[in-house]
Design a binder for this molecule. Structure first.
Ligand SMILES: *[C@@H]1O[C@H](CO)[C@@H](O)[C@H](O)[C@H]1NC(C)=O
Ligand SMILES: *[C@@H]1O[C@H](CO)[C@@H](O)[C@H](O)[C@H]1NC(C)=O
Ligand SMILES: *[C@@H]1O[C@H](CO)[C@@H](O)[C@H](O)[C@H]1NC(C)=O
Length: 160
């Protein structure tokens, strides 16, 4: 069991690096994907960005993970789902778009709290330098200038 877990973990790490290391969110943290967990509470501590991943940990004999639309989420309707994410019970899902994603478990477990909505945002660009205080950008230009100036020098040094 333990070995199986670590192999999957390595594969997951590999996948994460391959896509540019989006954050992996363990749905429900230690509680996993189970009935009677408050997933609104869990979501309120998380920030989701495009390129992040969700990890659902659950017993596949009882539960599943379906992506549904808003209406189905609200009414716990497990028919006409958009995606069936269920595989082995340690299943990952990539959040590729900036939009709300709705998930639930079929088999009536949605009515016992197994539903979650994840609001995905576009990653924040680094905060631009305030317009009033333009010294950082001047400093930046100087650094670029220094690099431009020093590059031929470095080449000359290398040539000799
Ligand atoms: C779940 O948590 C949210 C946010 O903390 C809270 O507003 C809500 O009442 C909770 N729901 C249940 C069923 O406990
Ligand atoms: C969700 O899907 C159901 C079934 O396909 C459909 O009747 C409903 O209009 C959809 N709701 C939204 C908000 O797309
Ligand atoms: C979802 O996919 C799993 C694994 O392929 C399958 O066992 C299960 O029956 C599917 N569930 C639904 C509701 O289609």
């Amino acid at each position: 069991m333990k070995r199986d877990y670590s192999v999957k973990f390595l594969i997951m790490m590999f996948m994460m690096f391959e896509v540019g290391a989006g954050k992996l969110h363990r749905v429900g943290d230690k509680q996993g994907w189970n009935p009677n967990v408050n997933y609104s509470e869990w979501c309120s501590h998380e920030q989701f960005y495009v390129g992040d991943w969700l990890l659902f940990n659950f017993d596949k004999h009882y539960f599943n993970v379906l992506e549904v639309n808003k209406t189905s989420y609200e009414t716990c309707n497990d028919q006409n789902f958009i995606h069936n994410i269920t595989r082995g019970g340690r299943d990952v899902f990539e959040l590729t778009e900036a939009r709300p994603y709705y998930f639930l478990s079929g088999g009536g477990y949605c009515f016992h709290g197994m539903k979650v909505v994840v609001n995905v945002e576009i990653p924040q660009a680094p905060a631009p330098a305030p317009a009033k205080n333009d010294s950082p950008s001047i400093a930046g230009s100087y650094i670029v200038l220094l690099i431009v100036i020093s590059m031929p020098v470095a080449c000359v040094v290398l040539l000799f």
